[in-house]
Design a protein around this ligand. Structure first.
Ligand code: ADP
Ligand code: MG
Ligand code: MG
Length: 876
């Protein structure tokens, strides 16, 4: 196998298509050298194949010869040789994986210097100072990154040298001091590592390359890959490149530049540089950098050349690039380029700005609308939609960023206190160990939600995301104690102000400043393009439970509601007592009276939702959760009972709560099963819905109602439930002139339902895949229980590549979805199908749903723009 390629090797395809083999840095260096013919110091790339071979069975035996041949070639090109005592060739050794990755080994510069060649360098450059400055940098870097010595010790000696010579900066330390610093450094390396600093340049080279390989599996790099879902088997490439010297004199320098402004997207190059400096000096903030505009004054010719290169890079890569460059005695060298990272705002602006207009003249290099859509990610959209902190503060705890956005408010520890405070006009953050449906009225008024336990699909997380409320969950370092919490030595009492960052999961004590999100104009432009692309192929609906949510969703581009959960309508403070009366009813009359009361209020709710989505389909799910969720907690009542007694009402509530309590409510009496036990309940809901639809028809509106039965597992079950619904529909619509549009369907959320979808389809007009439950039941993972402890361990150890509650499991749960679609349509060719789990807002999952043949995805209102984009990306 071939392990080494020079930058100007003639690959059959453009080098930038060989990132797998050459790594990102290597591929782009080759692209700049061999295709763009930019001034790039010559060098070669040791491939990722070599790194993989090394990881498997150590240093590949046949690689030394190949490296030696490429070094010889480089020496011939440069007319200098490694370690030469008169005019030495120096190189840098640079890591570069396919995906740029912090945590990998740092770059080693000036390799090839030793006690002899440093003298040669001093002679040919006429500067002893420069030669020993380069040498001291090399020894320190090599000792640190290759030999494992502590960098601080070297920094300390450098500081000593500065103060001993009265130098203001490193650049002022005189040559002789640098000479003795080099001697010092070599001793220090020996002391710290037990090994001598190698004088043989080939040993130095082999050591550096091996260190890069080994750093692939260093703890920091592994942790980074876990977080970013990068595969551990990719390996890194290593680039060996002729050194050029920005630290040679005042006609030299080094810098970084962006072809456009990466933060605003403005079409104006942006950059920083330093005169007489090398390598990381610019980013390390050791000296104050100057910006690109100053360069026009300092190095006018280089400035023109660089700007010209920026234009060529953009046209070639058809995107904004970032670059690293060095100027040696007035000559410009390009050391790196890649497609630059950018903020959300900049990403949107650049995508639109770089899209072809009429396609004439200077526009020719530009991209198509489809390409522009591919450039924008869910995170970019997310970033422009949510308010952001624009300052930073001291982070006291970090949990999971469960619902993005910035929130500042006074902490309250239960829903009632939070609601009271909000009534008084306070901005509130609800802090709970975890939340349950009983906390909803407090969550509703909160600016932000913080929980100690729970994962990304815990109740708190799901509800918060649904409302676009920032939330941090599973911040386990926090201990709640009555009406205060402690974290480390910090105590936060009720009413104290904290700040939450729902993107990063950070919790800060005190108020940080936030700025409102104002999506730029490009936001609408891009989403308009996205809608055109996906039209008729994949629709986007929202999960919304109220008129306000529905209106908001529609404003954000939702084409209907894929899931309206009716239980939230039961939980409002004025409704809960009626629901409890219904559950506690001793007689049929009592039950019927309570149901009737609920029917009236539900009708009003339904009217609001249907009106907000007028003319668009609205899927209403009949009641799904176990009834005990509407009852007070058994534990709390028991404590009260022990400490003095309960009212009559409370005694009955306790009895009912105990009667309805289940060992595993998630697998117990919920969904359609509840309907079987309390048939009056579903009938009532359907009546309320039909009355709402009829009322709207009278007002010349066009409600489109999809009645959805949750959690059905068998055909018989669905047929029975359908018959109740049908009876109500028939009686309500009898004799009506302008009948509303009504269909009846079911959720597919158990493995059995997916497998038997052909039978279930017989009784259904539509399917909606409930992928949250389907994931729980397919894996046998109780999501609230596995997310905080088990999931991180599974992800760290690679037992799962992704949290299947975030991104649908492509092969397991995904297969069940595919099977369900296929079998359902084998019974009814045109069966309408969608998905309404959390996955409906996740880009990769949306891709799978599109390929599986679903007609729509449904997600929380705030994810709708993201889903519109992702749906278009899936279609392209
Ligand atoms: P990173 O991936 O951390 O940016 P690089 O390999 O790009 O690391 O190296 C960091 C810096 O070192 C570069 O920005 C450049 O300034 C300097 N550098 C690397 N190779 C050379 C070289 N051959 N000549 C001069 N400077 C170099
Ligand atoms: Mg670095
Ligand atoms: Mg770099």
């Amino acid at each position: 196998m071939r392990y080494v390629y020079s930058f100007d090797h003639k690959h059959r395809r453009p080098p930038m298509e060989h990132k797998d083999l050459l790594g990102g840095k290597g591929a782009n260096l080759a692209e700049m050298s061999s295709v763009l013919k930019l001034p790039v110091p010559p060098g070669f790339t040791v491939t990722t194949d070599a790194c993989r071979a090394y990881m498997e069975s150590g240093w590949p035996s046949d690689i030394d010869d190949e490296i030696a041949r490429h070094v010889a070639e480089l020496e011939a090109t440069m007319g200098r040789s490694l370690g030469d005592a008169n005019d030495p060739l120096l190189v840098s050794v640079r890591s570069g994986a396919r995906i740029s990755m912090p945590g990998m080994m740092d770059t080693v510069l000036n390799l090839g210097l030793n006690d002899k060649s440093v003298k040669g360098l001093a002679k040919v450059t006429g500067s002893k100072r420069f030669a020993y400055d380069s040498y001291r940098r090399f020894i320190a870097m090599y000792a640190n990154v290759v030999m494992g010595a502590d960098a601080d010790a070297f920094e300390a000696r450098l500081a000593d040298a500065r103060s001993a010579t009265g130098a203001a900066t490193d650049a002022d330390i005189p040559a002789d001091a640098l000479v003795s610093l080099c001697t010092d450094y070599k001793k220090l390396a020996k002391e710290q590592t037990g090994k001598a600093f190698p004088q043989d340049p080939y040993k130095q080279l082999r050591g550096a390359i091996e260190a890069v390989f080994a750093s692939w599996n260093g703890a920091r790099a592994v942790a980074y890959r876990v977080r970013e879902n990068i595969e551990h088997t990719l390996g890194t490439a290593v680039n060996v490149q002729t050194m050029v010297f920005g630290n040679r004199d005042e006609r030299s320098g080094t810098g970084v530049g962006f072809t456009r402004n990466a933060s605003t997207g403005e079409n104006k190059p942006y950059g920083d540089f330093l005169v007489n400096a090398q390598g990381e000096d610019v980013v390390a903030g050791i000296r104050n950098t100057q910006n690109l505009d100053d360069m026009k004054e300092v190095f006018p010719e280089v400035y023109d050349e660089l700007l010209d290169i920026f234009v060529r890079l953009e046209r070639h890569y058809t995107d904004m690039c970032d670059t690293e460059f060095t100027i040696e005695q007035g000559k410009l060298w390009m050391l790196q380029t890649r497609i630059g990272k950018r903020t959300g705002v900049a990403a949107l602006k650049m995508a639109v700005d770089m899209t072809k207009g009429t396609g004439k003249g200077a526009d020719r290099w530009k991209i198509t609308r489809e390409e522009a859509l591919q450039r924008v990610t869910a995170d970019h959209l997310d970033a422009v939609l949510h308010p952001q902190f624009d300052t930073s503060g001291e982070v006291v705890a970090t949990g999971l960023g469960a619902s993005p956005g910035a929130a500042v408010g006074a902490v309250y520890f239960n829903a009632d206190d939070a609601a009271d405070a909000a009534d008084r006009g306070e901005e509130v953050i609800l802090v709970r160990n975890e939340t349950s449906p009983e906390d909803v009225h407090g969550m509703m008024v909160a600016e932000g939600i913080l929980t100690v336990r729970g994962g990304l699909v815990s109740h708190a997380a799901v509800v918060a995301r649904g409302w676009g409320t920032p939330a941090v969950v599973g911040a386990e370092a926090i201990k709640i104690d009555g009406k205060q919490f402690t974290v480390g030595s910090v105590t936060v009492r009720e009413g104290d102000v904290i700040s939450l960052d729902g993107s990063t999961g950070e919790v800060v004590v005190g108020a940080m400043h936030t700025a409102d999100a104002e999506p730029p104009e490009e936001f609408e432009i891009l989403l308009g393009w996205a809608d055109k692309v996906r039209k008729g192929k994949l629709a986007v609906r929202a999960n919304a439970d109220s008129g306000d949510d529905a209106a908001n969703a529609r404003r954000l581009g939702a084409e209907g509601i894929g899931l309206c959960r009716t239980e939230h309508m039961f939980l409002a403070p004025d409704r809960l007592p009626v629901v409890r009366r219904m559950i506690l009813a001793d007689t049929e009359e009592e039950e019927a009276a309570a149901l009737d009361e609920l029917r009236t209020v539900q009708q009003a709710d339904f009217e609001e939702v249907l009106e907000a989505m007028d003319g668009l389909p609205v899927t209403i799910r009949l009641l799904d959760p176990p009834l005990h969720e509407f009852l007070p907690s058994v534990e709390e009542l028991k404590i009260k009972q022990a400490s003095g007694g309960l009212s009559d009402q409370e005694r009955r509530e306790l009895a009912a709560a105990e009667a309805w309590s289940e060992h595993n409510p998630m697998l117990g009496t919920r969904g359609v099963r509840l309907g079987v036990i309390k048939p009056g309940l579903y009938a009532m809901q359907v009546r309320a819905l039909l009355d709402a639809a009829a009322a709207l028809r009278k007002r010349k509106k066009h409600p489109i109602v999809e009645i959805m039965i949750p959690l059905t597992v068998t055909r018989e079950e669905l047929a029975l439930a359908r018959s109740w619904v049908q009876t109500e529909v028939d009686s309500a619509l009898k004799g009506m002139k302008n009948k509303p549009d009504i269909t009846i369907g079911t959720m597919i959320e158990t493995p059995r339902a997916a497998v038997r979808a052909d039978e279930i389809a017989e009784a259904a007009d539509f399917f909606s895949f409930g992928t949250n439950d389907l994931t729980q039941l397919t894996f046998g993972f109780s999501r609230d229980d596995v997310e905080s402890r088990m999931m991180p361990a599974y992800l760290d150890q690679g037992l799962l590549k992704r949290n299947p509650f975030d991104t649908i499991d492509q092969t397991g749960v995904g297969d069940l979805v595919r099977l369900g679609v296929e079998r359902g349509r084998s019974t009814k060719k045109k069966l309408k199908m969608g998905v309404c789990g959390e996955h409906g807002g996740d880009p990769e999952s949306i891709d799978l749903f599109y390929r599986a043949g679903l007609d729509y995805v449904s997600c929380s209102p705030y994810r709708v723009p993201i889903a519109r984009l992702s749906a278009a990306q899936a279609v392209i």
